[in-house]
Structure formats: structure tokens, C-alpha cells
Design a protein around this ligand. Structure first.
Ligand code: GUN
Length: 287
């Protein structure tokens, strides 16, 4: 997909919708060969508005490939109650995957809850055991956004090996796993964060810039080089409109960019399905 100005091709738009649709065709064929019903459980707590939208999208995506999605929502609960629930789901042969939607309310010990999930059912790839596999470059379940970005780059034949990649954001959900996953693919990775001095120095030298901060217009055209590729993970809601972390001025200068919406978002949701299939195969010992 290209961004046209008049009849002149400008920046390439890296469509997550196009990539997801293509990858989903293959995945659907694999899932259709499986006789058993695949079911996942999504657990959510509290009233986070963004989480409601993410969960709705995940349920819709599961239904589209015949994966059943059981959503358990709690207005309020405790760490122990969640641990007991997950322990039961770990033992339940009818449940292939478990996903605890983040963030959890402050009264809940997120680490304890996540690490109760059996690593073979951890479709989010956030348990210590899957993170350790990523750390040591062994095969495991990779967190959905990191995996989605790599699939999107590879689908668009954008080389990763040897490239200077600057990631802005060091969250457990995106920045940190992405740093490891790209290192494992032989990129030279710089991870920036709120205390980084001279952010521009790091973005200017990058072949690929990945921004996962949640600050609208954080990256402006002066901060990037002409041939850079930009991955915008930000989802900001301003007056009912969704935009990313990249200023519009960047669109005309860079070589390629993911739109928001329609870029990384659909890829993240797709990877829930892909990881579910990986968990299924792991449990059946097919891998
Ligand atoms: N909250 C925002 N993104 C995600 C995600 O990918 N997984 C989970 N569990 N929570 C999220």
C-alpha cells in the first residue's frame, strides 16, 4: 500500500490489515485441520476503557477462525482468587490458552498472577519461563506486539539483520521483549526511554525506529533520517480520534511507516491467534 500525493508515490504505508489477512489465510488452513475445538480464556479486572476495546477485538478475531474465546470479567477481585482461577484453567484440558489483560488494578500482584499461567498456555508470552526463552534465544511464545512487528517487517521484506534499530519505550509488554527479539535476529538495537538524553541522536542514526510510548506527535521530521522505516505502536485517543506517537510531518520524509489505526494493532491481535496455535501444538507435543 502506498501513500499517493497527486500521482506520485510517496511513503510506503505498511498495512497491518493486509499483512494480517495474508498470514491469517495460512493460519486458518492449519486450524481447520484440527478436529478438536480450541478454546482460550481471557481474564480482565476493573474498568480500563482501552482494555475493553482490545478484548472486543481479540474475541472477534478468535471467532473469525473458529477459536472459542471465553471472557471472564471481574469488577473487583484479589490476587489469590485469580491464582486459584488460573490454577484450575491450567489443569483444564479443554482450555488451550490463558490471557490476563493488562493493566490489572493496583491491589493485584500482576507478576504473581501472570507467572501462575502454565508456560504452555501462555498465549501472551509474558511468563518468566517464556521471557527466559526469549532471553536465551530458545524457541518459546513471543509477546504478541513484538512478534507482530517482526512478522510485519518480514512480510514487507524489510531486512532486520545488521540494521540499526532504535526502540523508544522499555515496557515489559512491548519495548523489552522487542529489544530481545530483534537482538535475536541480529539487529543492532538501541532502547530509549523517558530518561534518555538526546533522543534525536538515537533516532537520526536509526534505519528502523519503533515507538511505543503513548505520546502523540513525539517523533517529528527533524528527528529522523530520510530513508528510515517507522513503526508506530502508539494508540492515543484525542477527541474520539485515534492517532499514534508519530507527528504527521514524518509521513512525507520517511521511506515507510505503519498507519494508526491499521498498522501494528491488527498484527498484535493476529498474534494472539498465532500464539494460541503454537500453544496447542506445544501441548500436543507436535513441536
Ligand atoms: N494490554 C495492552 N496490550 C496488551 C497485550 O498485548 N496483552 C495483554 N495481556 N494486555 C495488554
Amino acid at each position: 500500500m502506498y501513500n499517493y500525493i497527486g500521482d506520485k508515490i510517496m511513503t510506503k504505508l505498511l498495512s497491518g490489515i493486509e499483512c494480517r489477512n495474508k498470514l491469517k489465510e495460512k493460519l486458518t488452513k492449519k486450524i481447520n485441520k484440527i478436529k478438536e475445538k480450541i478454546t482460550i480464556t481471557v481474564i480482565s479486572v476493573g474498568n480500563d476503557e482501552a482494555s475493553k476495546i482490545y478484548i472486543k477485538n481479540k474475541i472477534k478475531e478468535c471467532q473469525s477462525v473458529n477459536i472459542e474465546c471465553q471472557h471472564l470479567h471481574f469488577e473487583k477481585t484479589t490476587t489469590n482468587e485469580l491464582i486459584n482461577l488460573i490454577t484450575k484453567l491450567n489443569k483444564d484440558k479443554n482450555i488451550t490458552g490463558i490471557l490476563v489483560q493488562l493493566p490489572l488494578p493496583k491491589n493485584i500482584e500482576e507478576n504473581k498472577v501472570i507467572n501462575t499461567i502454565d508456560y504452555k498456555k501462555d498465549i501472551d508470552g509474558l511468563t518468566k519461563s517464556n521471557i527466559a526463552k526469549l532471553y536465551s534465544n530458545q524457541k518459546g511464545i513471543i509477546p504478541c506486539t513484538a512478534k507482530g512487528i517482526i512478522d510485519l517487517l518480514e512480510y514487507n521484506k524489510i531486512e532486520i539483520e545488521g540494521k540499526n534499530i532504535t526502540i523508544i519505550g522499555r515496557s515489559n509488554l512491548v519495548g523489552k521483549p522487542l529489544t530481545l527479539a530483534l537482538l535475536n535476529k541480529n539487529a543492532t538495537v538501541t532502547t530509549c526511554h523517558s530518561k534518555t538524553k538526546d533522543l534525536k541522536k538515537h533516532t537520526k542514526k536509526a534505519d528502523i525506529i519503533i515507538v511505543a510510548v503513548g505520546k502523540p506527535n513525539l517523533i517529528k521530521k527533524e528527528m529522523i533520517s530520510k530513508n528510515s522505516i517507522i513503526i508506530d505502536v502508539g494508540i492515543n485517543r484525542i477527541n474520539g480520534k485515534i492517532s499514534g506517537d508519530i507527528d504527521k510531518s514524518v509521513y512525507k520524509k520517511c521511506k515507510a511507516i505503519t498507519p494508526v489505526p491499521g498498522g501494528v494493532g491488527p498484527m498484535t491481535v493476529y498474534e494472539v491467534l498465532s500464539n494460541t496455535l503454537e500453544c496447542y501444538e506445544l501441548q500436543k507435543n507436535k513441536k
